[in-house]
Every structure is written in C-alpha cells, then in structure tokens.
Design a protein around this ligand. Structure first.
Ligand code: SF4
Ligand code: SF4
Length: 507
C-alpha cells in the first residue's frame, strides 16, 4: 500500500505549495470493505448514467433536456416552457433534499454519488494505476528525466483518457439532443452538425482536463457544495472522523520504545490515512472542508488496526457529538423541518403535475398598425391567441361564437401539431351603435378542443377562456386607421399555421 504524499498543512490546501504552485498528489492504493461497497455503487451509478438515455418511459426518453425543442422529459412527464413552475418545484425539492441529506448524512453525495468522485476513483485513477504503475513509481517517474518508458505510458494514458472523455461527452449529448439524434449524427460528418459537434467536443475537453489535470482541485477549490457544508452540517450529522480520545497520543514503534511509561493511544502514526486521501488532508486534524467523506482513510486505518490487533474504527463514520462522548440524535428540529418542507414541495409538484393542462390558450392584443379599425358601422379589434399543444397528437382548437359580436378567424377550428405552438389571429367586430349604447365591451372568448374528424364536434372540451377588452371608435381615430376590411395577418405565421386560408366568421 505504499504511497507518497506532500505534507498536509492547516494553513492552505495541500495541493497548493507555499509559493502558490500546484502540488501533485499521488494517493496510495488500498483495499477494504468500504472500497468494495463503493466499487459496487460506482458500477451501478455508471450503469444508470450510460444506460438511462436508452430507456423509454411513456414513449419518451426517460430523462431528456431537449434543448432544440425546449422541453424536458422526466420519467414519462413532459414539461414545456409553460410548465416552468413545475421545474422550479422539482429543483426546489432537490435543493431541500440535498439540505436534508447533508444535515443527516453529511457529504454522502460527495463520497458516494458525485460524478467527480465516481469517475475519478472508479475509472480514471484505476486506469492510471494500470498504465503507469503504483503511485510511488509514478511519482519517481514524473520527477525523473523524460525517457521512452515515461513517454509511452503517458501517451497511452492520455489517449485512453481522451477516448473515455469522448464517451462521457456523447452520453451527455444524449441527455440534451436525444439518443436517437446522437445515433443519427454518429453516421454523419461532424460538419453536418457543427453546433452539436462543438458542444460535444467542449464537454469532452472539460471532462478530459478535469480528470487528467484539475482532479481533486474541483472538490477543494471550485465546488460550492464543499463550502455550503459548513452551514448545513451540525454536531449530529454523519461525518468521517478520527477518534482522538482513542487514538491520541499517537506514537510509532520508536517513540513507544523510547518512552515505555507514556500512555499511548491506538494511532501508531503510520500516516497511511494521509497517504490514501485523494484530497491530501490529514483527517486527524479534525473535520475539514476538503474531506469528501470518501472512506479511503477508514479502510486504510482498519487495515492497520487489524495488523496490530486493535479494534477497527479508529477512523469511522461518526458525528462530532459522538466523538465528544455524546449520543447522535437522528430526529432533530432542522431535519424534521427539512423533511416537512420536502414533503410539501413534492406533494405540490405531484398535484400540479397531475392537474396541469395539456392544451393551453393565451390571448393578447395584437401589436402595431391596424389593431383597432373602423369599417362602416363597426369597430374591429385585432387579437392573437397562442395555442399550445403539449401532447403527442395533433389537436384542433375552435373559438366558440358569442352573441352580439362577430369573430373573424382564418380557420376555425385551428390545427395545432403535436408538441407545437400555433397562433390564431382573431378579429372582433362590434357595431358602433353598440359602443355608443355602452354594455359589455369585454367579450369572453371560449376555446374548445374539438374531437371530430373534420373538427365538426362543436362541444369538445374547453381548453381556455379569456376576457378581452375592446377599444372603441375614439381609440381607432387616435391610431389614424380608416375604414378597412379586416384580413387575417400573415406577418407572423406559426408552426403548423394554415397559410392563405379564407377567413371564417363566427356570428
Ligand atoms: S480524510 Fe478520509 S474520507 Fe476525507 S477525503 Fe480524505 S480519505 Fe476521504
Ligand atoms: S492510519 Fe490509523 S494508525 Fe495510521 S496514522 Fe492514520 S489514524 Fe493513525
């Protein structure tokens, strides 16, 4: 298990030298039951990461942040920009969940599930050890002159790293462009899809540079979660901790031989817990922000304890409360508070997701010239209805007639393709005499989704209603519009809009 490390200090991160330069870490290899468990969890998480894009739920990719179509598929639930409140609820729940997990189980995420740890310890470090040899050999070779042995090992390692980074980047691409599209693109020339290729290459470079060079610095310098933990942890949170009461005073064989009357603790000061640490810290200095709870020092120390016939667990999963001689409480005000908020936000998400509208209509006044026109004895107001179809099937949406008004629309019902948004131009004609007589100047527009083949089912299901304020002849005069015949606007055709369709009136 021999390894070589730089000496940790408490004044600055171990990876930064006194002069501010990067100090390379060579964490020693080790064995142990926690490593076995982590290897299994790593394998399952990688299976999930690489396999999820190929899994379908409810006819959609299980998890897809579909950037080109601006939608999110989340295990059968498809969210559109109009459903952003659901996304916020989901993110809020995730945030509270992280708070709760950290308060209860400390940096469980960092040590067991963070992609940085999973890939670094589960993939890249293992490959490096296999190609370049043990950490000691690697360090000696790195510090020595450039030889053929050094060159070929480095070259092979970086090529393998680059290929793995490409595979990771392609998988990330599957999550934003869909796995189907990625399969298509792999059969095409990169120049045919320059943006996606650029995105993929950017991710590949980031992954490669992170695992080949930046490494533990992401945890110790860049990651904000490491900083947050200081406010989220309390004395009862689970941590990886060194039992000072049992371990101190520490002393190696020599010291113990020199001072036979001194009462030594169980720590033989072998330094293995420091040598295996991937962030280069000494856990015996107490809880530190750089500790990612990876359990490596637990395995290393347990091995030492077994050799010297002492009980395992000098470094173990514990809490500050237990290390101080107290008892760890699982149920506390803050954990109960987090659990209640999490339950409330998840319930709100489930309710909102179950009751959200698949078809939506919003009506706004059209902008620009001709918004209000006078034609003969009538005033015409121009509105635009945005019809959103979040389903997988094309639908038709009808504007229902209303007594006292004439609605002029290019086509009624209006078709909206699956997963698309369409715009229906609406002209509302009202007699001048009706304006003078007062009455309702805010007609109610009611929209139904029709189900008949030819859209003849006038009843359908109501999908939206909006009350729109009409402007009178005075406003038309101010806008300087003369008598004209209202025509459907073709200025902003929407996806799936019927072009050149004859206007239809709903008396
Ligand atoms: S101190 Fe132990 S648990 Fe913390 S990062 Fe180092 S090896 Fe992992
Ligand atoms: S591995 Fe255990 S015995 Fe060795 S220095 Fe660390 S705490 Fe002490």
């Amino acid at each position: 298990m021999a390894g070589s490390v730089v000496q940790p200090t408490q004044e600055r991160p171990t990876t930064i030298s006194e002069s501010g330069r990067r100090q390379w870490l060579y964490p020693a290899s080790f064995k142990g039951r926690w490593l076995n468990r982590r290897t299994l969890v790593n394998a399952l998480l990688m299976l999930l990461f690489f396999g999820l894009p190929w899994l379908e739920v409810g006819g959609h990719q299980a998890l897809l942040l579909d950037l080109p179509h601006r939608k999110l598929a989340f295990f059968g639930l498809v969210l559109w920009p109009q459903d952003s409140y659901l996304l916020w609820l989901l993110l809020f729940s995730a945030l509270i969940g992280i708070f709760m997990i950290t308060a209860q189980w400390g940096r469980l995420w960092c040590g067991w599930a963070c992609p940085q740890t999973v890939f670094m310890e589960g993939v890249f470090r293992r490959i490096e050890n296999a190609i370049e040899g043990s950490p000691n050999k690697r360090m000696r070779r790195d510090q020595g002159p450039l030889t053929w042995d050094k060159l070929w090992r480095k070259a092979v390692k970086h090529v393998v790293f680059f290929v793995i980074a490409a595979h990771v980047a392609n998988t990330v691409l599957c999550y934003v462009a869909s796995s189907e599209r990625v399969l298509e693109m792999t059969l095409q020339w990169p120049g045919d899809n320059p943006s996606w290729f650029g995105f993929m290459f950017g991710v590949q470079m980031l992954v490669y540079l992170d695992f080949a060079w930046f490494r533990e610095q992401l945890c110790t310098i860049a990651c904000p979660y490491g900083r947050w933990q200081s406010v989220m942890l309390d004395d009862h949170s689970l941590i990886v901790g060194y039992d000072t009461g049992r371990g101190e005073s520490r002393g190696g064989k020599k010291q113990r031989r020199k001072a036979p009357d001194q009462a030594f603790g169980d720590c033989i000061d072998c330094g293995l817990c420091v040598q295996v640490c991937p962030t280069g810290i000494d856990i015996r200095n107490g809880l530190q922000m750089e500790c990612i709870n990876c359990t490596a020092c637990m395995d290393a120390c347990d091995g030492v304890m077994r050799k010297i016939d002492k009980p395992e667990g000098l470094i173990r999963y514990t809490s500050l409360q237990e290390l101080g001689g107290g008892e760890r409480k699982l149920v506390r005000l803050r954990t109960v508070g987090y659990a209640l908020v999490l339950t409330a936000s998840l319930s709100a998400f489930a309710y909102a997701a179950n009751n959200r509208k698949i078809t939506e209509v919003t009506v706004v006044r059209a902008q620009g010239q001709g918004v209000v026109q006078v034609q003969g004895d009538a005033v015409v107001n121009h509105f635009r209805a945005k019809l959103v179809n979040k389903s997988d099937k094309a639908v038709k949406i009808r504007l229902l007639p209303r007594e006292g008004y004439v609605f002029v629309v290019p086509l009624n019902p209006w078709p909206v393709p699956a997963g698309k948004t369409a715009t229906m131009e609406i002209f509302i004609r009202r007699k001048l005499s009706d304006f003078k007589a007062g009455g309702d100047d805010r007609p109610l527009l009611v929209f139904h989704q029709v189900t008949g083949e030819a859209g003849q089912d006038a009843d359908g299901v109501e999908v939206g209603r909006a009350r729109v304020p009409l402007l009178g002849p005075g406003m038309a005069a101010r806008k300087g519009t003369g008598p004209t015949t209202p025509q459907p606007s073709a200025a902003q055709p929407a996806a799936g809009q019927a072009q050149g369709a004859a206007p239809q009136e709903t008396p």
